[in-house]
Design a protein around this ligand. Sequence first.
Ligand code: CA
Length: 373
Amino acid sequence: MKRREFVGGLAVAAGLTACGGDPGADHGNAAGSADASRQERHRWNMVTSWPPGLPGLGTGAEKFAADVERASAGRLTIKVFAGGELVPALEVFDAVSRGAAHIGHDPAYYHRGKVPAAQYFTCIPFGQNANEINAWVYYGGGLALWQELYADFNLLPFPIGQTGVQMAGWFNKEIRSVADLVGLKMRIPGLGGEVMQRAGVTQVTVPASEIFTSLQSGAIDAAEWVGPYNDVSLGLHRVARYYYYPGWHEPGPMIECIINKDAWNALPEDLQEIVKVCCRAANLDTQAEYTYGNAMALEQLSRDPNVEIRPLPDDVLALLKRISREVIEELSARDPWSARVQKSFDEFQARSIANQLISEQAFLNARSDRPRI
Ligand code: CA
């Protein structure tokens, strides 16, 4: 019902603008009709999960909207809403699916309760890094699987951003061994949260806007968010002392652009192409911004006397890796779609590891004689 209302509204809005120039009077043939569709103006609302102005993710959505508007010479304009402005931060998927917004910008794993296999299109613990997930999605069959998975929800997804490997998170006490995890209350979403839960942590999911106050009040003892660039912008270094790496649970998290299929089908082909190309541009740009921003913010944190940057102990990482495999296998056992996506994901990852070992990993090891921190 709501979807039909929304499509009707879109058609009226487009028609009003298109009729302004009376295209029928100038173009009485098929070519004219195509010209007319190229004069129509489309106005979309984009809902996101991000706090207002959040560097990288929030500003990435704004840049994407500006790119689309410029590339289309104003024929498609996208108004971006921060989390909670139009719909709650964690309800972007449902809002776009039912047509309450045309387009959304969020991580797929926020919807794991409804679409468990969606988690593969953000990241998997000990899974693919940023380079690998882009390779799998664009060249390894990932995007086709993802679009098939979302078709039942009247959604068309594309990658639109990438943070690169994240941090393990902020803790209010030292983690010296697996015993130190037990009893902690930690904000950590997705499969990573399920793994932590099995390691003895109480897992909670709160949107980014609530992490600072939850840590400050003691409602939670630990939280992962993204990495230095975003964590500093939320002020997390002011409410927790110990900052652990690596982000075993989020090695290359991809951000999704989800488009309501009725809104998509109402666009002429050239505007569809502009949206697709701008998604690819945003995916590249976001990763570059995080690579730069994380380096700058890490310098700041490493100079802060109230922050200790530490590696997770080997026994903790070994435990989390073992539990991660269990959680992933159980997910596939109970959800056929997850099994199908896992097969494709794992096949590429298994083949990629040898190449990563002798390229990125070998080079980075060769370049750095020792960790700087
Ligand atoms: Ca994260």
